[in-house]
Design a protein. Structure first.
Length: 215
């Protein structure tokens, strides 16, 4: 009986010893992956105003810094809008006068976070951008495409700040996600989503999927 206990104790000690040696062994770090400097692709925007589309071009000009330009189109809604479905299944917003679309063209910079601390298959970053924002308003009472015959346009100062990440080790395909707070400032009376209620500051939170190519 005693011999069995000694054998079991010896096995436990040897196992712990081997495990301890593994922990103490110096792990050779893999060098960082080198990704292509250029990338372009599509942005799929999901925001408070609904769905939007965009495109982007990025250029990695330094170790952790990437410059970019992007363009998108999405709807901007007044937070006071109240939407309901009538008896016939139609969507109605009480008091809505105009649809408002934003078309920002931004110039910005990304800064990669934790470059030397986490694996390259997850590449988080901070981003900030600024640029002109074309604001288009069309009559809500008209059909969507027909309403552009009576569209009104304004130019705003826009931009955003964001937190995102790119995924995977592919050197050709780019997939990522970005959480973004966007803003646009008008310097006149503003836009009229709801009857008699004007907005000079247009802001929205977006979740954005990035799909593109690197070269």
């Amino acid at each position: 009986m005693l011999s069995k206990k000694l054998i079991l104790l010896a096995l436990i000690i040897s196992t712990v010893s081997v495990y301890a040696q593994r922990i103490g062994t110096t792990i050779v770090e893999k060098p960082s992956e080198d990704f292509p400097n250029n990338s372009y692709g599509l942005d799929l925007l999901f925001g408070e105003g609904g769905f939007g589309l965009g495109t982007f071009y990025r250029y990695n000009f330094a170790d952790s810094y990437t410059g970019f330009v992007d363009f998108s189109i999405s709807e901007s809604k007044d937070q006071r809008e109240f939407e309901y479905i009538d008896y016939w299944g139609q969507s109605i917003v009480i008091g809505k006068k105009n649809r408002v679309l934003t078309l920002p063209f931004n110039f910005g910079v990304q800064y990669r976070l934790f470059k030397n601390d986490i694996s390259d298959n997850l590449r988080p970053y901070l981003s900030a951008a600024v640029g002109p924002d074309l604001i288009i308003s069309t009559p809500y009472e008209m059909e969507f495409f027909s309403s552009f015959k009576k569209a009104k346009t304004k130019i705003a100062l826009g931009g955003y700040v964001g937190l995102g990440a790119d995924f995977g080790l592919s050197k050709s395909n780019l997939v990522g996600i970005n959480f973004r707070y966007s803003f646009a400032k008008l310097f006149d009376e503003g836009v009229e989503n709801l009857q008699g209620k004007f907005r000079k500051n247009l802001s929205s939170f977006y979740v954005i999927l990035n799909i593109g190519l690197m070269f």
